[in-house]
Design a protein around this ligand. Structure first.
Ligand code: SF4
Length: 258
């Protein structure tokens, strides 16, 4: 499923409430430096026809018009969320666009939180880091603490290590949300399950090390490009959440979406 516009929604999001989406990526293609086996946008290989990114001006104008209309209709969203057809931090004007979005939020929808869903691969870049520090909810992905599992699930398209991302995450001093999608199944003949006791124990070490103020545990919701993947039950997610709570000495909000 691709988003065929810059602005989409507002939609009801399992994690963010009523969310107005902003797509900084191509409208008829996907652009991401991961190729997650569960990506709702499909595989990278099938989605490379359109490489045209919206400009800062186009995004700002589209967001302004939508917020103005929603304000008139008294339908303002809880969140303005940057996600869409790929990884938003890849946009070369990401920082400027976020500055514009914060200004527009302040003008039209002061109650709305500016959120960015990111795979966290570029948080080592100073500009990306500083920009994500400005938004209300930088939501950063780690799907496994075990490098081989992360490689299998996320299929990074360049150099990537979980350890490297965790090191960069620590610069946020806990001022971020950690998002982890739990699933099991098989891909290319390799069995995978990031919810085993060993996987969860290793992942909990990252949670304790980075102390995110919010932890989002979720599972599959829609069709996935890889076949043979299975979602976890709500009970299984809640059992992992209970393990988080047992370590949660810093008062993180723990959220599950099954
Ligand atoms: S990081 Fe997000 S957009 Fe990129 S492949 Fe994974 S799920 Fe898809």
């Amino acid at each position: 499923m691709l988003f065929s516009d810059i602005i989409f929604g507002p939609l009801h999001s399992r994690r963010l409430g009523v969310s107005l989406g902003v797509n900084l990526l191509p409208m008829y293609g996907k652009w991401c430096n991961f190729d997650c086996i569960y990506c709702e946008c499909g595989w990278n290989a099938g989605q490379r026809g359109d490489r045209q990114l919206p400009t800062r001006e186009q995004v700002g104008e589209a967001l302004r018009q939508t917020l103005q209309r929603l304000q008139q209709e008294a339908q303002l969203p809880d969140a303005i969320t940057f996600s869409g057809n790929g990884e938003p931090t890849l946009h070369p004007q990401f920082s400027e666009i976020i500055d514009d979005a914060i200004a527009l939020r302040n003008a039209y929808a002061p109650q709305a939180q500016v959120c960015v869903l990111s795979n966290a691969t570029l948080i080592g870049r100073d500009a990306v880091f500083r920009t994500l520090k400005k938004v209300d909810r930088p939501i950063l992905k780690i799907d496994s603490a075990i490098e081989a599992t992360a490689q299998l699930i996320n299929q990074p398209q360049g150099a990537y290590t979980v350890a490297g991302v965790v090191e960069q995450m620590q610069r946020f001093d806990g001022q971020f949300s950690l998002q982890t999608l739990f699933l099991r199944g098989a891909y290319r003949g390799v069995a995978l399950d990031n919810s085993t006791p060993d996987e969860v124990a290793r992942w909990l070490q990252i949670v304790v090390q980075t102390r995110p103020r919010e932890i989002m545990l979720y599972t599959l919701d829609r069709r996935t490009p890889a076949e043979r993947l299975q979602k976890l039950s709500q009970e299984e997610l809640l059992a992992i959440a209970a393990q988080v709570q047992a370590h949660n000495t810093w008062g993180a909000a723990v959220q599950t979406a099954g």
